[in-house]
Design a binder for this molecule. Structure first.
Ligand code: ZN
Length: 333
């Protein structure tokens, strides 16, 4: 089944019929109600579209080269072109005694970005620098999966074609100026400018001073899986909800990044927690951070413990200078 996000379904119905978003949403709601839990909201939206004679997948059915925004999870034999935005170093894995290697890159055109996963000898192209930033590529016979991290992912197998610098097509440069939350894709290091709309925590954990990994408490003391018994460091975790006008997203910061965002060191924060309690601590952090507009570097990642995708913050600039940001955006940084 092809997967088109409900927002896109509503937009398409709106474009084709002239109905307002509210009218469409209320038709979806009554369809949901009449089918009494038999379909999801997305399913109900597909039915409403079909009732109104709106073809959702016309771009797809016509075949040929797709724009990246029209690439959807569930598609086979996809043909798409774009320019390499970045690549990730290949990883060797072991599955059922067989060794394999997987690499990936992000490509983009003037309509969007998508991650491309490469499973075969072509990962060498990443190592060799053949697939470097800005290089135009064309992909044929690929399939599209829903990614573990949310969103869509193009997969190349042995039957797929990957042509570097294809002839006869002009691929526009992707829009790589500062990302919006809506345009975030998994596993891509990027920066966003967003407002903190909700704060959870801070919470704390103990980490290994050697490798920064979480340590377990045992009878013999704090134990790192690699470095055994260690004298641990106190670390802070901060969960935030961010909004930039395009979408809202959950995010998380650890260690010194969390401390910078909270305006308190982990030790200070824990002292307040012990002395004055959780309400006072969260009030203090809220006063410092809530409503602030921040420039954040990070990556969309899967949080396995909570089975959700969130933006993991690696760096935060609390007082972004609008002039400098505008200059950097113009230069495409
Ligand atoms: Zn360690």
């Amino acid at each position: 089944m092809l997967q088109l996000p409900i927002k896109d379904v509503i937009d398409k119905i709106k474009d084709k019929t002239g109905l307002s978003k509210d009218e469409i949403q209320s038709q979806i709601n009554s369809k949901l109600k009449s089918l009494d839990g038999l379909v999801s909201e997305e399913g109900a939206a597909y039915i409403v579209a079909s009732d109104l004679g709106v073809q959702l997948f016309e771009d797809v059915a016509s075949g040929g080269l797709l724009k990246i925004k029209n690439v959807l999870a569930g598609m086979n034999n996809v043909e798409v072109a774009g320019r390499v935005i970045n690549t990730r170093d290949p990883i060797t894995f072991n599955k059922g005694g067989k060794q394999g290697v997987v690499g990936s890159m992000t490509i983009g055109d003037d309509t969007g970005k998508v991650r491309v996963v490469i499973w075969d000898q072509r990962v060498q192209w990443i190592k060799d620098g053949k697939l470097k930033e800005g290089v135009p590529v064309k992909i044929k016979n690929a399939y599209v999966k829903k990614s573990n991290y949310g969103g869509k992912e193009i997969h190349l197998n042995k039957r797929s074609k990957l042509v570097v610098d294809p002839e006869g097509i002009d691929i526009p440069l992707p829009d790589t100026k500062g990302s919006t939350i809506k345009s975030l894709i998994p596993q891509e290091r990027t920066s966003i400018l967003a407002t903190v709309v909700k704060i959870f925590g801070p919470r704390f954990y103990m980490s290994c001073p050697e490798c920064n990994k979480k340590v377990e408490e045992a009878d013999e003391g704090h134990v790192c899986p690699t470095h055994k018994v260690v004298e641990p460091n106190l670390q802070m975790v901060l969960n935030l909800v961010l909004d930039d006008g395009t979408e809202t997203i959950r995010s998380v910061a650890f260690g010194s990044t969390a401390e910078g965002l909270a305006g308190l060191s982990a030790e200070e924060a824990q002292e307040i927690l012990t002395k004055d309690g959780e309400t006072i601590l969260s009030e203090k952090v809220n006063n410092f951070l809530l409503g602030k507009k921040i420039k954040l570097k990070g990556m969309m990642k899967e949080n396995k413990a909570f089975e959700r995708v969130e933006f993991q913050i690696s760096n935060a600039i609390l007082n972004p200078n609008p002039k400098i940001i505008a200059l950097k955006m113009m230069k495409g940084e």
